[in-house]
Ligand binder design. Structure first.
Ligand code: ADP
Length: 613
């Protein structure tokens, strides 16, 4: 069995420290440059007291050096120190922001390609904790909260520096705001993606989510770099102001002492005061204030992600897709190492086991789907066999209604067909081929799932309908055509911005019936040969009900359909009814055949569990 091969070589763990390290090494030049600048700045700072010592030596006549030559040396020192510091902080911050962006993207991608049980194990709350608080704490070197920033508190002590304050207010505050907003949309994207992970998967929407996250990470990076630059310029400007006053003191004081108009002691105490200010503003040490938090975050992300299994079939398809998009700025971040052909996520054994999937979609239009001796236990409850030896054939182009008591395993069958999980034994075939031989991003084009409570994304109605399809393949006309067939066009054009109307978080701005019709339009446009419906149990109002039902009938036409049925009319119209019980199909036939059997189905109908209308 070729599938056992995929367990032979687990992908190397390059998500925590290893990733951080290799990302830092990507920026050797800039880092080297920064370190030189830091050395320069430190040398300047350390020489300052020596030069001020020499200044007093000159004043009391203990040194033969001319006063003006010494003062010009001090001037050079004061000019160089802020330049070195700015070069150091700006470069360091830029490197750090870039490294963190790639870290964020890589971690996001790594979570995205986890096997389904990862999402069973970590609930969305925990995940967004991991990905937003922890990921959020992968902060920039200098970009952090104003109030917690010692440099800025010191700055307000040095309020005499009017120039600097104005520059700060005018330039930095908006950048801070933009930075905060960029962070918020980054974490919204994380929450949305992982709370709708099943929908994302079933549409092969991973790349789209990555691209969206990527663009937000880049925006965050950009504002982080800008903020770091502003902060460091601002801080240096403050010091420049202090240096100018110091130098003025040196010049005035020096010449007055030389002329015998002032005592050395008075000059020394004035210079002392000004120095105190310099130290108050010295925020350099604080630049790295947040690194400990970052390291803790890397540690935690490492501990969560290093032990988990990724879905190689999904990763492989995604890797290939991303590679074809090397020019997409938003996806570049995902190309580092993991997805750039070094096979971080996948291995050759697995890839060579995959059949060319390009024709699976066309095959599936005329091939039967078979569940053959399917056994399944959820990975987190391996001792409970939910399905044990289930057999079911879905003839192409027909409707199969799946019925059974709640807990019988109906949704589990759907999840297996969507390949969200894989059977523990047995197989699912299309036209006789095991579905595992097709990679998952292809599979997403073969199966459509329409849930009773469909998840929409917080983009426009039009984009929701086109979700999962490559942009270049979808025209506005196609979207409208699908919406019309799904009885959604009418309500969509009555929305404030028509097809461009944003539907809000999880589609919350639309009614239940409207959401369902958008989801049906989405499935129509995707035009997958296999359709899985989870019929709504909650009743809509009569008009929406009819519109939705109508749209569903349209959608089912010609497709191999499996419907988890709750309505008597659905079962009666189905080509076959499969009654699921104890992890198998206990009864199979048409409505009247099964009624005549007077078995479980008959009693299910008898107890009205199936009759909502
Ligand atoms: P149905 O759709 O027929 O109501 P399900 O397929 O949802 O039934 O559930 C079948 C069995 O699998 C139930 O006992 C349920 O508790 C269990 N189950 C469902 N989902 C999971 C999961 N993610 N992890 C562990 N057990 C699950």
């Amino acid at each position: 069995d070729s599938h056992s091969e995929k367990t032979q070589s687990p992908p190397p763990n390059l998500i925590g420290w290893g990733l951080l390290w290799s990302l830092l090494l990507e920026h050797k030049l800039r880092l080297g440059f920064s370190i030189l600048a830091l050395a320069g700045a430190t040398t300047c700072t350390l020489s300052m007291p020596i030069f001020s010592g020499r200044f007093f030596e000159v004043l009391i006549g203990a040194s033969p050096e001319p006063l003006w030559r010494l003062l010009s040396k001090i001037g050079v020192l004061y000019a160089l120190e802020p330049i070195f510091t700015v070069v150091f902080v700006v470069n360091m911050n830029t490197v750090w922001e870039k490294v963190m962006s790639t870290m964020r993207a890589q971690i996001f991608a790594r979570v995205l390609i986890q096997k389904a049980e990862f999402f069973d194990r970590y609930k969305v709350g925990e995940l967004s904790g991991l990905l937003t608080s922890d990921l959020g704490s992968l902060k920039g070197v200098v970009s952090e909260n104003i109030s917690r920033d010692r440099g800025f508190r010191a700055l307000s002590e040095a309020r005499h520096s009017i120039l600097s304050e104005t520059v700060y207010k005018r330039s930095t505050v908006p950048v801070f705001k933009a930075h905060g907003m960029a962070q918020a949309s980054m974490s919204d994207c994380v929450t949305e993606t992982f709370s709708a992970i099943r929908t994302v998967r079933s549409f092969g929407g991973e790349k789209r989510q990555m691209s969206m996250f990527g663009s937000q990470v880049l925006a965050y990076q950009k504002s982080g770099i800008k903020l770091g630059t502003f902060k460091s310029l601002n801080e240096s400007l403050t010091r420049v102001a202090i240096y100018i006053s110091l130098l003025t003191l040196y010049c005035l004081g020096g010449s007055k002492v030389k002329a015998g108009e002032l005592s050395v002691g008075i000059v020394a105490s004035f210079i002392g005061y000004t120095f105190t200010l310099t130290f108050a503003v010295q925020g350099l040490v604080n630049t790295f204030g947040d690194l400990r938090g970052t390291f803790a975050a890397v540690e935690r992300i490492n501990s969560v992600l290093s032990g988990t299994e990724i879905d190689e079939s999904l990763a492989y398809g995604l890797e290939r897709e991303i590679q074809q998009k090397v020019h997409d700025e938003n996806l570049k971040l995902f190309l580092f190492d993991g997805l750039n052909g070094k096979n971080q996520y996948t291995n050759m054994h697995y890839m060579s086991a995959l059949k060319s999937a390009s024709n699976v979609c066309s095959v599936a239009w005329s091939a039967d789907v078979c569940l053959e001796d399917v056994h399944f236990a959820y990975p987190l409850r391996p001792d409970v066999e939910v399905l044990n030896g289930l057999n079911l054939m879905l003839k192409h182009g027909t409707v199969t209604a799946l019925v059974g008591q709640s807990g019988a395993g109906k949704s589990t069958i759907v999840q297996l067909m969507a390949r969200f999980y894989e059977p523990t034994r047995g197989r699912i075939t299309v036209g006789g081929e095991d579905v595992r031989t097709f990679d998952k991003s292809e599979w997403a084009r073969v199966v459509s799932i329409v849930n009773q409570d469909p998840v929409l994304f917080s983009v426009s109605v039009g984009e929701n309908i086109a979700y999962g399809l490559p942009d270049e393949k979808v025209s506005k006309d196609d979207i409208i055509k699908a919406a019309k067939a799904a009885n959604a066009h009418e309500f969509i054009i009555s929305l404030p911005q028509g097809y461009d109307t944003l539907v809000g978080e999880r589609g919350g701005l639309l009614s239940g019936g409207q959401r369902q019709r958008v989801a049906i339009a989405r499935a129509l446009l995707k035009n997958a040969p296999i359709l899985i419906l989870d019929e709504a149990t909650s009743a809509l109002d009569a008009v929406s009900e009819r519109l939705v039902q109508d749209a569903l009938n349209h959608l089912m036409k010609g497709r191999t359909t499996l419907v988890i049925a709750h309505r008597l009319s659905t079962v009666q119209n189905a080509h076959q009814i499969a009654l699921c019980s104890d992890g198998r199909i206990a009864e199979l036939g048409t409505h009247f055949e099964l009624l005549a059997r007077k078995g479980q189905y008959a009693s299910l109908v008898g107890t009205q569990r199936l009759a909502f209308e």
